[in-house]
Write a protein that binds this ligand. Structure first.
Ligand SMILES: [Zn+2]
Ligand SMILES: [Zn+2]
Length: 361
């Protein structure tokens, strides 16, 4: 009878250990993926040139990339839907980083996290065995202690094993041994299924590296200048002070044209507010307002601080020249008449344009 009970108890411990390992698989996988995603995010925040600063730094890289790629649709997406464009830029950077560095950085990080988790699970199993032996406890106590120790690492509780009979488990050393033997296979199975698509496929979006970076870099003001659509550079969403940006764009980029003509405007907000005798018609208004007193237009205009400044970014001058035909088609208007592009703008090369971003921004 004693022998039978021993056999029965041992078999129960072995089966229970195996079931625990099986049930640990999914939570372990999630835990390791989440941890690796966080590690990777931290790494990109220090190693990736475009992602290692604030949004203004990122914007510089975005503008540089737009100039390099010369893809007009992407340019207009930046101008019309900046937030959307920033997010897809970050997603592209992350996916390129993961693909490029997969075997040198990403996979080793993941394997390291697997190793650490495996050690933590074994430590928890060992301590639970000691705890039960000291307190003459049963499998219920073992399990409670085990899941408590792992609660910071895994979403794994006694509920995961509800319905699994374990009353007759009494050999806790054996239970621990079984887990020690079974766990490596579970872990290498997780490891072998890890690939460049794992994060988007297996992780809830809020834990993915690109979303963590978007959270970090895109929680700021996205209000655009009512004239040129430049994005306010304030790092706080819903800030109290006026919106502002160091360099405004050419207002024709947002389709602004001279009244009663089809001529797109080549004014730049900061120099326009410095001029006398220059007026504009606010959106939905027939009353013209002097640029110098643009705030008088109220509404979206009143919330902006546009200070007169004659230093203009060569980038946007190059941009208008490079994409003149595309912009004219896009808005069905032309840079002609009053909106003639000044000759001196045409002397800027793409190189000058990109260089100006690094010189001034
Ligand atoms: Zn502006
Ligand atoms: Zn703002």
């Amino acid at each position: 009878i004693i022998f039978q009970k021993y056999c029965h108890g041992a078999a129960s411990a072995a089966i229970f250990g195996e079931i625990i390992c099986q049930k640990l698989k999914e939570p372990s996988e999630q835990s390791v993926y989440k941890k690796t995603a966080r590690d990777l995010t931290d790494e990109m925040r220090s190693n990736c040139e475009s992602l290692n600063g604030n949004r203004s730094n990122l914007e510089k890289h975005i503008l540089k990339t737009l100039a390099e790629e010369e893809d007009f649709d992407k340019c207009m997406n930046y101008i019309d839907n900046p937030r959307d464009h920033f997010q897809s830029f970050i997603r592209d950077e992350v996916s390129r980083y993961i693909t490029d560095k997969f075997s040198v950085n990403v996979l080793p990080k993941m394997k390291e996290n697997i190793k650490l988790l495996q050690q933590k699970i074994m430590k928890a199993a060992h301590e639970s065995t000691e705890h039960v032996q000291v307190n003459s406890g049963d499998a219920g106590l073992w399990l409670k202690n085990f899941t408590q120790q792992l609660s910071d690492e895994l979403i794994f509780s006694e509920k995961h094993l509800s319905g699994v009979k374990h009353d007759d488990v009494d050999d806790f050393n054996l239970l621990e041994d079984v887990i020690r033997q079974e766990l490596p296979a579970i872990m290498s199975d997780i490891s072998s299924r890890f690939n460049t698509n794992t994060f988007p496929e297996k992780l809830d979006y809020k834990f993915r590296p690109d979303e963590l970076l978007i959270d970090h870099l895109c929680q700021c003001c996205w209000v655009q200048c009512p004239f040129c659509k430049a994005i306010c550079t304030n790092t706080i969403e819903n800030h109290d002070e006026d919106h502002s940006v160091p360099f405004h764009q050419v207002i024709g980029l947002s389709g602004i044209h001279y009244a009663n003509t089809n001529n797109l405007s080549v004014h730049i907000c900061t120099s326009a507010v410095a001029k006398n005798n220059l007026h504009f018609y606010p959106i939905d208004s027939k009353d013209k307002v002097p640029w110098r007193e643009y705030r008088r237009a109220g509404g979206v205009y009143a919330d902006w601080s546009i200070t007169p400044d004659l230093s203009e970014l060569p980038y946007w001058k190059w941009f208008v020249c490079r994409f003149q035909k595309d912009l004219e088609k896009y808005y069905s208007k032309t840079f002609a008449g009053q909106g003639n592009i000044p000759d001196e703008w045409r002397k800027y090369s793409k190189h000058d344009a990109i260089e100006s971003l690094y010189k001034y921004i």
